[in-house]
Design a protein around this ligand. Sequence first.
Ligand code: ADP
Length: 375
Amino acid sequence: MIKAGILGGGQLGRMLLQAAANYPVITYVMEKSVDCPSGHLCHHFVAGDISREEDVYAFGKELDVLTIEIERVNVAALERLSNEGVKVIPHPTVIKTIQKKISQKAFYTDNGIPTPDYVVTESLAELENHLERLPAVHKLSEGGYDGRGVQILESNQDLPLAFDAPAILEKKVKISRELSMLVACSQNGELAVYPPIEMMVDPYLNQLDYQISPAILPDEVYWKAEAIAVKVVQAFKSPGLFAVELLVDPSNDVWVNETAPRVHNSGHHTIEGNYSSQFDMLWRILLGYPLGNTDPVLTSAMVNLVGAPNHAGNAVYEGLDQILSIGHCFVHIYGKEETRPGRKMGHVTVLHADRSELLHICNKIKHTIRVTSEK
Ligand code: ADP
């Protein structure tokens, strides 16, 4: 049987392993501690540091295929493994490009992919040479996630908020919509595109609030979003499952914000909402099977369950009984022992033929369930 490894053991790995149970595959996970969300769902758990070359190399060298559930992995080890015949999906070069916002932006520009105009600022001092670009968005090149490496600079007064580290200063787009496009690319280069997902962002946490798919879009936006997402994935020249995040402005221009070359938070709803989920699809890609069907089963929406403010410690899921008594809901708890404010602890997907009813249920979920901590 094929031996497949996943670097990273968070919730994305967990859901990938849930889908793996349907296939003839032996799964391996590397993460620091077995107490992670993926620890007990894989056949073989290997404790290690996914950013250390020796750890990743030792983990991968006995495997047939290797994938990631987070980008912060050691690429040098993946390159060595790939040269020695281990299939690495996505290709290490893609991960390398994506890891730094500076190289990711250059990749879009070099490939004629529309992305907000930007300059590189290596330090705060360099940023001060570009103040005429404000208002703009300052983004750390490396190490930011879930909106935490992103700072909007409205005017010079916001300079103390800027990063004194390699970053990009990007034109601020007037956002009318945020979309995510999931695109699958098989080992033969065949593509399958999921229906567009519209993401609603919580302005306080700068984190996803809920998302709905298929998004109802003007035809012009729909076709641009699909064409741009396909262009991004074709330019990477690598098999994999990709999430292309797009910003749409009031003139219906569509810009690439960033791409994740892996299963993604914006695709959680596909588990129940689409015939082949993003996780099922990635297994088809990794194991060399035909791609799955991306059609929606029904309209679906997804609410992230994040740790409530002012609560840190052993997690308690308040209101879970009530959610489980609502029809149309699918609850996913990630098995993280400890909650923290804003930490992703689970999600709920809702399927409904009626979109207004769907949003009504999402709202109810948001007001019913809270992830708090033991007293
Ligand atoms: P992260 O990598 O941490 O998820 P993103 O680059 O996706 O960060 O940015 C987080 C959020 O910031 C986006 O979802 C969007 O709402 C906002 N944002 C990002 N880039 C721009 C931009 N150029 N103009 C306006 N808002 C932006």
